[in-house]
Design a protein. Sequence first.
Length: 345
Amino acid sequence: MKVLGIETSCDETGIALYCTERGLLGQALHSQIAMHERYGGVVPELASRDHIRRVLPLTRQVLEQAGIDASAIDAIAYTEGPGLAGALLVGAGIGTSMAFALGLPAIGIHHLEGHLLSPLLSADPPAFPFVALLVSGGHTQLMQVAGIGRYGLLGDTLDDAAGEAFDKSAQLLGLGYPGGPAISRLAAGGTPGRHRLPRPMLQSDDLDFSFSGLKTAVLTAVRRGVPDEQSRADLAAEVEAAIVGVLVAKSLRALRETGHERLVVAGGVSANRRLREQLGAASARERLRVHFPEPALCSDNGAMIAFAGALRLQAGATPTAGVGAAIDGFRVRPRWPMEELAPVV
């Protein structure tokens, strides 16, 4: 089965073609970072318009990479949510239109499920069950994963997520967008501990997350004065250490509480070098297995959507549009809790 994946949930247009027999046949990604950078964050209307311009040219590019014609596609998967409503409508509208035109089934995919399953595309995929740490955009969640669609929420973001804390801290430090990579680059020359920042909810009796207090502490530190470049680098290093410290501690606690020995880390923040190093050290120390996506699959991408779509369709999931769908139409879900996902037997 060859599944075309379309990802347009936010500021990256991702297209990929996944084959259940041969793996990933081709992928292409366009990032809108340069366009949004001048505004310090994503402008939804601009994002939607850019997706419209990119989806079909990128689809043609991927089909050329794979060396096949559109008639060889067996199904189309698109991001149904969560995300920006207008951006989601672009991918869903084009994806379902292609499905109707080609006489194919189409299936809407949960964006975070795509991230969660992306490490299964690696050379060393995790086996079920496992605990998943999802750190993508406005989401920081811990999930217990028993199988495709069989997810239990262990801990969630109460306010600012880790990615938002990186972005807002970077803005306070006068760095670029997106904040995570910018903070990490500056932090490489700094020393954590020279500025003292809180580790929010580190000692709480649950697995929830809250990073709004960290943002406020960074604002206070900046107002006190960051006199030179070294001081800025030290503050960036402390920001990164605080965020990563909470993520690592909560993840290890989730493993202990569930009794699982495998942790999957997915989403944009999973590319963070300090997070990978600290979880790697913890896994060696406590004899755990930690799985990350391939670097190219950490950010939003079409491959994770195509792969999740293939897994669901193979398992007998009902298409949401096109051939085999109960209703000819489609919808998007800007807000879509993962626990509402239907399990796949």
